[in-house]
Design a protein around this ligand. Structure first.
Ligand code: SF4
Ligand code: MG
Length: 324
């Protein structure tokens, strides 16, 4: 298989905590049958409004959350079949970087201890070799090696995120799930951290699943982009194709909310009304129909499926499914 990661029909359904007094608790379909592949060396963007299930999907891929059903195949191995020890070793290959890295860093540990912890856990280096490796990791993420004895509170948000990246890199992972890694940062440092991540990807041969609610962040970074709505992928294609020829009305709406990098291509303006409906009570048929300006009668009845339209472009919408 040419793919590093293959996700097939992945579902994460859970019983809602709300409605405790009612006899039947609502089932939240946070991830509802997602299939996607990621090639080695690729950056796949995963975009959608908050609450659409992006983070649940990202965490499920690392088994930080156990999926309800489906398959996750990493380097040809079904990682959902892994027992405890295999799962522990899997975390060496698959890492995650969170949005709020500041909160994720132990305030009582020095930077050296934070970055060195994964080296201890996996027995990767000790003594002088460990010190050298910690220095190397600090240098790799653009931090001064004199910082090694300082504590997290002494650093800015951007620096903390660099520490979080260094910690993730310590185990030499192959795939990193990046969950909104720059969303909490000042606009002025976002580009720096994104550039660093891109550089590291090239230098270390990494592969990213890059989660963001912001299509303009993903634009500069990703090779392909998947758009998610209420637990499902509604469109997936190459970066330039998505920005130049978006097909799904939801993608068009997300794009019309960000500045157009190429004003020669005029964009359809779609302003989204309302919020994402509750995933515990999603609309029937196409779950986007309550907000879609193109909805037809069948849209509230028939669930559209993700179908390839042309080349590398797949979309889940009755406007296009009719052509088949
Ligand atoms: Fe809109 Fe219908 Fe397409 Fe859903 S299937 S996005 S409601 S046109
Ligand atoms: Mg999230």
């Amino acid at each position: 298989s040419p793919y590093l990661l293959e996700v097939r029909e992945l579902k994460k359904h859970y019983t809602s905590k709300s409605g405790l007094l009612t006899r039947k608790k609502p089932v939240v379909k946070a991830v509802d049958g997602i299939s996607l592949n990621i090639r080695k060396g690729e950056i796949l963007g995963l975009v959608g409004e908050s609450g659409c299930g992006k983070s649940t999907l990202g965490r499920s891929i690392l088994r930080l959350i156990e999926p309800t059903s489906g398959n996750i195949v990493f380097e040809g191995q079904d990682i959902l079949a892994y027992g405890k020890e295999e799962k522990r070793m899997m975390r060496k290959e698959l890492q995650i970087i969170f949005q709020d890295s500041g909160a994720a860093l132990n305030p009582r540990m020095t930077v050296g201890e934070i970055i060195g912890a994964p080296l201890d856990i996996y027995g990767l280096a000790q003594g002088e070799a460990k010190e050298r490796r910690i220095n190397e990791l600090l240098e790799l993420v653009g931090l001064n090696k004199d910082y090694v004895n300082r504590f997290p509170h002494e650093f800015s948000g951007g620096q903390k995120q660099r520490i979080g990246i260094a910690r993730a890199l310590a185990v030499e992972p192959k795939l990193i799930v990046c969950d909104e890694p720059v969303s909490a940062l000042d606009v002025s440092v976002r580009a720096q951290v994104l550039n660093l991540m891109k550089e590291l990807k090239e230098k270390l041969g990494l592969t990213y699943l890059f989660i963001s609610h912001d299509l303009s962040v993903v634009h500069h970074l990703c090779d392909r982009v998947a758009v998610m709505y209420l637990g499902k992928i509604v469109e997936i294609t190459d970066r330039n194709e998505l920005y130049g020829n978006p097909l799904h009305p939801y993608t068009k709406a997300l794009l019309s909310a960000i500045p157009n990098p190429n004003p020669e291509i005029s964009r359809e303006r779609i302003v989204l009304e309302g919020d994402v409906p509750s995933p515990s009570n999603p609309p029937a048929g196409c779950s986007f129909h309550t907000r879609c300006p193109y909805r037809m009668d069948k849209c509230s009845v028939e669930v559209p499926i993700l179908l390839q339209t042309q080349g590398n472009h797949s979309v889940s919408c009755h406007l296009y499914n009719d052509e088949h």
